[in-house]
Design a protein around this ligand. Structure first.
Ligand code: SF4
Length: 248
């Protein structure tokens, strides 16, 4: 069995240990496994090298396209787990791209990670548009679900799937993290949370941006709306620490 990973700047599989920069576990040591491929195509995506291949029609604010062969690498489950396990941390974050595109092999990957590091937490970062299978739910401690709003450039019919969002909302171990540019985005997040019965304590609003100035300005502008809804403001600590780079 194989998994398709993104590559880091050196061309190696993008498996790295760092401080989690976003969401409810921000500030904790984690080992990240970044998978290649995404079913959505956000115009501001900061990992467009996982999906925006040359000769595809998808638009991105950067105008950049990527060569699939140069950006993706196939590894066995065993080798992927071994590379992650030697980095050891309190938990593994399986991210992307959209990791659930490879959901068929992910239970085996988690089993291999757990065999090497039994007490580690297993976390997923997902766009919430694919129904999580039961064999994945049973092996996962935390899903950080990031439904994509209109400013991402994805049609709501593609990004906001009722069956998938209902399935994640029903999991106590799932939180929802919305990327926001404006107060209207916070209100949209609120409407979605109410529609799916997600209480405010499980909702994080993360300003969109890939530099500290933009993030700080948007956080300040969004703060009143976030506070009014009782949501969490989610930072992007890795941007402040390392900038917008791969493998951090
Ligand atoms: S869902 Fe995530 S990985 Fe996919 S295009 Fe959007 S921001 Fe990028």
């Amino acid at each position: 069995m194989h998994v398709v990973l993104a590559r880091d700047d050196a061309g190696a599989p993008e498996i790295f240990r760092s401080i989690q920069g976003e969401g409810p576990k921000a500030g904790l040591s984690r080992t990240f496994i970044r998978l290649s491929g995404c079913n959505l195509h956000c115009v501001w995506c900061d990992t467009a090298y996982t999906w925006n291949w040359r000769d595809t029609p998808f638009e991105h604010e950067s105008g950049k396209k990527f060569e699939r062969d140069a950006e993706a690498i196939k590894l066995t489950i065993e080798e992927t787990a071994a590379r992650a396990a030697v980095l050891s941390s309190e938990g593994f974050v399986i991210t992307g791209g959209e990791p659930l595109m490879q959901r068929g092999v992910l239970p085996a990957l988690i089993d291999a990670l757990k065999a090497a590091s039994p007490s580690s937490m297993i976390e997923f970062e997902t766009n919430g548009s694919i129904v999580p299978p039961q064999d994945l739910i049973a092996r996962t401690d935390l899903f950080v679900v990031s439904p994509k709003l209109a400013h991402s450039g994805n049609a709501a019919t593609v990004a906001l799937k009722r069956d998938a969002l209902s399935a994640f909302a029903a999991l106590p171990g799932a939180v929802f993290k919305f990327v926001a540019r404006t107060e209207d985005d916070v209100l949209m997040a609120s409407a979605i949370a109410k529609q799916y019965g997600v209480d405010a304590g499980r909702v994080y609003i993360m300003p969109e941006g890939t530099d500290v100035e933009t993030l700080a300005a948007r956080a300040a502008a969004l703060a009143p709306a976030i506070e009014a809804q009782g949501f969490h403001l989610a930072e992007r600590l890795h941007i402040a620490m390392f900038g917008a780079k791969r493998g951090v």
